[in-house]
Every structure is written in C-alpha cells, then in structure tokens.
Design a protein around this ligand. Structure first.
Ligand SMILES: *Cc1c(COP(=O)(O)O)cnc(C)c1O
Length: 397
C-alpha cells in the first residue's frame, strides 16, 4: 500500500535527469572544471583535503567538481552511498581488483567476461599472487560452490555478459556472504538493472558505452557502500586513473538522455533479433528479449529493458565460418565495423578477430564464441533502415 503522506519516489528515468547537480551553481548543463588544482584556503584545510576522502577542490587526481557531479548521479541511480569515476571502464575494474585484493587472496570470476577483465584476472592477478577460479556464471550455484571460506575475497561477475548476453542471477549472487561481490553492469546501464538492490556490493560500468552514449568519452565508474568506496578512493588517488573532467561532462550530458536512447535501442534490437531468428542464413540469435534466450525468465525478472545488444551466428557458407563472419561485418553499409557499443550508430563487431583476438581457441570456445559470431550494438537509426542493411549484408554472405 502506498502511504499517501510519502511523496512518490522519482522514477529512474527522472532521476537520470535530475541527479548530479548539487555542485553546479545555477547552470543547467554540467560545468567543465578543467582546473587541475585549487587554491588552498589554509594549511589546516589543505591537510584535511590531502588526507580525507572525496576532496573536490584540492588537486584533480583526488577529485574534481565536474567528475563529482557524474559520480553523484551514478550513485543516485544505482542506489549507492558513493561512487568513484575512473579514466575508463578498465581503470575502474583494475582499481576494484587490485585496490581491494592482496597477495594470497582468491577470486571467483565467471568465464564469460569482457576480454580486458578476463586478461586482468587471468594474466595480471597471478603475477601479484592473487589466484582466480573461473566458473560458468549461468550455472546455478556455480559462484557459491567455488568460494573457499576464509580465502575468497571477491567474486567478479558481468551481466549481461560480453559477447553472448549470458546472464548471472543477481538474487543468487547478492545472497553470497563473505566475499565482496562485484558486477559489471555495463550492458544493462542503471536504467535496466540495479545490482546493489539485490545485495551485490559493488557495481562497475564502462560509462564509455551507453551511459555517455555518444562515442566521445572514455570513462568508468564504480558504485557501492561508502566503506568500500572510501577504501577504493585511497587506492585510486595513487593509481592515478582518475576520470577526465571533460569526459565526465560528456558522460553526465549523455546520462540525461539515456532512458529514451535505451528504450529506442531495446525496441529496435528486439525487432532485429526477431528478424534474424527467422532468417535462413542465421543459425542462432542471442538476445535477452527473445523467449528463445536460455535465461529469458531471468532477464524478465531482473532487467527492466533487454538493451541494445544482440549476438548471432552467421550460417557458414561454402567458404566456412570465419569467412561468413568476415563477409557479414564487412558487408554492412549503414552499420559500421567498430568496437564499442551503446552509441547512436549501429556497430557490428567480430569478436573472434577483434575484442577476443588475444584468447586461445579453447578460451574462445569456453566463451561460446565461434569464427561466425557477430555482435551488434543497435543504434538510434530508424529500425527499418537497420533491418534492411543487415538483410542485405546477409544476402551477400
Ligand atoms: C568496454 C567494456 C569494459 C571496459 O571499458 P573501457 O571504458 O573500454 O575501459 C568493461 N566491461 C564491459 C562489459 C565493456 O563493454
């Protein structure tokens, strides 16, 4: 029952427009504070800013008013006490892993991960004596089963996961006690899914993608409890992968229109996914909005929108799977062959030759990627134009 004396909470779409304005004078658009340094009023005040958490008017590696506006907006949207922006999504993920784990620790991570995160866990962590166990994130109970009590300090998940849109059950993940649970929620954005509401400890975004949304900002962000964020802050100031104020300004600008962009991209991706599912030259389509997705019910439970990303398999012609994948991504004309996602332009990628090119054939297979796998980030063009372009490229395969 609604309490009539309580004002109705604002919807996430509205909060995306209102949030992050506390320190923006009377300007409607984000103010760009390019300054690297700020005048220190007194020695005592300088000391407080140098040793405290979250100074926004000291030195911009510690904090910056434009960046803080973006951080506040993400914290508001995720329902977090605090957030910290980084120079990229990988800057954020590296800070979470290396800032919160130490030699001798054990991490449980899912196999289906953005390639950069996978390489961090697989190649960098062992050099620092951090052991990582990879599990299938779609398998019920897999994360909990791999936890070693007293040794596992962190669980790293990504949902929906790159590139096959595999999902992790957030209810299950949030219920695990002991390790710090981390979710890369880039593909969903805070408008489609809010992991902290399920008891997850930290949510990470590459805001380079849909949040900034215009392919003009490289920026990452972590949100969660003040305890974890304060700890991360101390590491981040030393790590130095702080977000640029210019990128934070663009990310905040992008956030204002995220709701309408995500709704449009979800609707267009749904149409394209249904078209591809019926196409004779396509052998499989992965999209959380399709009832054929193996975790369709889970998608409905934890995602407000299925998002703008889909993955499909081009039927291998006589020249084989690799040639089919290549011919498709080079054959589109409206869509463009480019890495990244969530922007206005429809982009296609060929994971086997680009984002996941550094993985071995076994690792590729473990990620469910074949030489004919194509990922599409559906843009904001008219959906009929997108479908026509994809149809024409399939005819040319
Ligand atoms: C792009 C991406 C990252 C890395 O973000 P950058 O901003 O490129 O460093 C991490 N996770 C996911 C899911 C991504 O798509």
């Amino acid at each position: 029952m609604n309490d009539p004396t309580e004002p109705a909470p604002l919807h996430p779409e509205t909060r995306a427009i209102r949030a992050g304005r506390a320190d923006n004078d009377r300007a409607l658009a984000p103010i760009l504070w390019a300054s690297t340094t700020f005048v220190t009023p007194t020695v005592e005040e300088g000391r407080r800013m140098a040793v405290g958490v979250g100074s926004t008017r000291f030195y911009s590696r510690y904090g910056n008013p434009t960046v803080a506006g973006f951080e506040d907006a993400i914290a508001t949207l995720e329902g977090a006490e605090s957030a910290r922006a980084f120079a990229s999504g990988m800057g954020a993920m590296t800070a979470v892993v290396l800032g919160l784990c130490s030699t001798g620790d054990h991490i449980v991570a899912q196999r289906q991960l953005y390639a950069g995160t996978q390489l961090l866990l697989q190649s960098v962590c062992p050099r620092f004596g951090i052991e990582v166990t990879f599990v299938d994130g779609t398998e019920p109970g897999a994360f909990a089963a791999a936890v070693r009590p007293g040794r596992t300090t962190m669980i790293v998940a990504e949902t929906p996961a790159n590139p096959r849109l595999d999902l992790v059950d957030l209810d299950e993940l949030g219920a695990i006690v002991g390790p710090i649970t981390v979710v890369d929620s880039t593909f969903a954005t805070p408008l489609a899914q809010r992991p902290l509401e399920y008891g997850v400890d930290l949510v990470v975004h590459s805001a380079t993608k849909a949040i900034a949304g215009h392919n003009d900002a490289t920026i990452g962000v972590v949100a969660g409890s003040a305890d974890y964020l304060d700890w991360l802050y101390s590491f981040a100031v030393i790590q130095g992968a702080n977000a640029s104020p210019f990128d934070a300004m663009n990310a905040l600008r992008g956030l204002r229109t995220l709701a309408v962009r995500l709704e449009r991209q979800s609707a267009s991706a749904q149409r394209l996914a249904e078209f591809l599912e019926d196409h004779p030259r396509v052998t499989e389509v992965r999209y959380p909005g399709l009832s054929s997705h193996p975790q369709f019910e889970l998608a409905r439970r934890q995602m407000d929108l299925p998002g703008g990303l889909l993955t499909f398999e081009v039927a291998p012609g006589e020249a084989g799977a690799l040639e089919a994948g290549r011919a498709f991504v080079e054959g589109v004309e409206l869509a463009q062959l480019a890495t990244s996602l969530g922007g206005p332009e429809t982009l296609v990628t060929h994971p086997a030759s680009t984002t996941h090119a550094s993985l071995t054939p076994e690792e590729l297979a473990a990620n469910g990627i074949t030489p004919a796998t194509v990922r599409v980030s559906v843009g904001l063009e008219h959906v009929d134009d997108i479908v026509r372009d994809v149809a024409a490229a399939l005819e040319r395969v």
